[in-house]
Write a protein that binds this ligand. Structure first.
Ligand SMILES: [Zn+2]
Length: 380
């Protein structure tokens, strides 16, 4: 995977490349950040860059024999460890104790090549353990030791990418710690984590930490327009809802037009302002008809518009992402969002999201929300 394939994250890319140029590649890296930000993709791109025969100043070449193997994730010096379930899953029928990442490597390659932003649930779904949590077991760390004691086959470095080290069994973690303390020569460990709190501190203290932030909204939007062929309006909507998580964006692309959120939000606010109860009730009907997933999206979208409107009200126009109709509406709407109601508006919208996510009755949730918003919007 070349760096250019990864959405945004220019600062992280530059930092990684600089460490190679200045020959300061650490022996253990920890890439940490929220889901859907490209951490695993960055780890793979970094390993590919390190091993590329003709790297440029900004990326691997994508054409040398090493890059070819990396593109398929089959380079002999690229190793992966990731959580799996030890029983009842799609592996190849081996005994529970013998199952490790290698058992699932084909499924893993397939899943990553399809979506390098893969999340934990997507992965567990791919190996058929939807509702269970995977684990990196002790047997796995013995495998790791065996693999790393071999000389590298082709590249200068052997790279061991450990995805979700927070899922390591404690004895596996202790074995890994020993390895990181006394690493085999020319070995690079890359730990890719979403939950560093659950990794033993002694491991963390031996790694160089790279923090990966949520992807910038405009980077998601531009990517969707340029590479996926989504219309700018829809890209704008999707990137707003995705809120830095590319998995959410990918999911939304797959669904039919998201469109009605802006109209629904505008209708709601107009009805609130004019205290139009009949209008509000028919708005509730429309919201209920969306279905749970899109209800959550509508609420998330509303939350973002409310925030942006406050920014407009405060005169911070340059950090506001409203476009087209939204921008016109935002200008007229922003005077209604201010220090007196912003906190309560945030709370109410977040509560509604929470209730919908926990299968609350949509009719009650949206009616309640609408009535509260009438009060809050007119609190001036
Ligand atoms: Zn190359």
């Amino acid at each position: 995977m070349k760096f250019e394939k990864i959405v945004g994250q220019d600062t992280v890319k530059t930092k990684l490349i600089k460490s190679v140029k200045e020959q300061r590649v650490p022996h253990a890296l920890m890439i940490t950040g929220p889901e859907g930000t490209g951490k695993l993709a960055l780890a793979i791109a970094f390993a590919q860059y390190l091993s590329c025969h003709k790297p440029t100043n900004t990326d691997s070449c994508g054409e040398c024999p090493s890059c070819h193997k990396f593109e398929k994730l089959i380079h002999p010096d690229l190793h992966f460890v990731f959580p799996v379930n030890s029983s009842d899953s799609k592996g190849d029928g081996e005994k529970a104790a013998a199952k490790s990442s290698d058992t699932f490597i084909h499924l893993w390659r397939e899943a990553i090549l399809e979506n390098p932003y893969i999340s934990e649930p997507i992965w567990y779904n791919a190996i058929g353990i939807e509702n269970k949590q995977g684990i990196i077991n002790t047997a796995e760390s013995s495998e790791v030791i065996k693999k790393l004691s071999l000389k590298s086959f082709e590249a200068e470095y052997k790279t061991m990418i450990i995805w979700l080290p927070e899922r390591m069994h404690i004895s596996a973690a202790n074995k890994l710690l020993k390895l990181i303390e006394e690493p085999p020569a020319k070995t690079l460990f890359i730990l890719v984590t979403e939950d560093p709190e659950n990794i033993i501190r002694t491991i963390i203290s031996r790694t160089q930490i790279i923090r990966v932030p949520p992807i910038k909204r405009e980077h998601i939007s531009t990517y969707l327009v340029d590479k996926v062929g989504v219309t700018p309006e829809r890209a704008h909507d999707i990137s707003r809802i995705a809120n830095g998580n590319f998995n959410v964006a990918l999911k939304l692309i797959g669904e039919h037009e998201s469109g009605p959120y802006f109209d629904l939000f505008r209708t709601l606010m107009r009805c609130c302002y004019t205290k139009n109860v009949l209008g509000l009730l028919s708005w509730v009907d429309a919201a209920v008809g969306l279905g749970r997933e899109r209800q959550k999206e509508l609420l998330t979208y509303s939350l973002e518009i409310v925030r942006d409107s406050l920014m407009l009200n405060l005169g911070l126009d340059d950090i506001v992402y409203l476009a087209g109709d939204e921008a016109d509406f935002g200008k007229k709407f922003s005077p209604f969002i201010n220090g007196k109601n912003i906190q309560a508006l945030n709370t109410e919208l977040n509560l509604a999201i929470d209730h919908i996510a926990r299968n609350g009755n949509a009719n009650i949730v949206f009616t309640d929300l609408a009535m509260k918003l009438v009060k809050l919007i007119n609190k001036n």
